[in-house]
Design a protein. Sequence first.
Length: 325
Amino acid sequence: MRSSRPSRWFDANWLVLLLVCAAGLGLIAAPPRVTEPVRLSVRDSIVPGWKLIQTVTQRARQLVPSVSTVDRSDEVLALNSDLVEWKQTARQLQIQNALLHEQLERVRREGAAPYRATAGKPLLIPELLSASLLGGRPLTLWRSGVLIDLGRRGGVAESALVLEDKRRLIDQGRDVGVVSEQPVYAGRCVMGRVAHVGQFSSTLLPVTDRSYRAGARIIRRTEQGYRFGAKGVLEGTGKSLCRLKFIDAAEPISVGDDVYTAGRDGTLPYPLYYGKIVRAELPPGALKWVIDVRPAADLSRQRTVQILRIRVNPLRVAGRGASDQ
């Protein structure tokens, strides 16, 4: 009994299949006046389902890429943020490592002090002033003088140099103590320096400008850790790269070495970052390296900067006043 059921089920399915095939052949052989109503009925019955499938497919195609794009963009932003933090941490460790080795070499050369020194209060202390880079319509209105018309009527006019200069404009000026040649940073990266100063705004001379020149120093990686390398002069080329000049051919230089500020005048505790060497060539018979540096700070993406101002330590001034009494 059990074995007959599958056989009957199998026979019934074959019977249905044969009937469907016979009906199909009959429709093929039948004249158009007979098959046309059947064809239309079949088409009308499947159209709603076909349209529903199309709609769902289109919605899915619109939704899936958008969700995927959002997820990817969020992930990319998070990765970029992490990458920036890791790069900053790595640079700070490079500097600390190089400074420790420099101190160790000094101790080996000069010997340790016989007495413990007491830290003194510095005379000059650095102070960073946050500023915004003007762009778009605000910059146009400012350069045209529309935004300072009221000031002109009151006898105050912005410097013509600032209004006519085509460099990027900073929204801080002489009224808050900004003077020319003050360094401009973006975080721990060197952006440039203040070029011209007006009453309420200033212009930025970026590191890539042909007029930019400043001392620079290489930090290179060795088997014993990071070391301060050769000193040179960083110059702007007027393009996207800078040129590091006056590095002797005998100095070890490699693509990928990092370039920092060379000024160690006691104002800032650490050198700040210029960028990375992307080309280092030594032509036959040349006495100096040809070195290109890609700046780390991207002016086109920057909206805010910090201007370095130097002021007298108020603790020293206060101490002098107390001693005078």
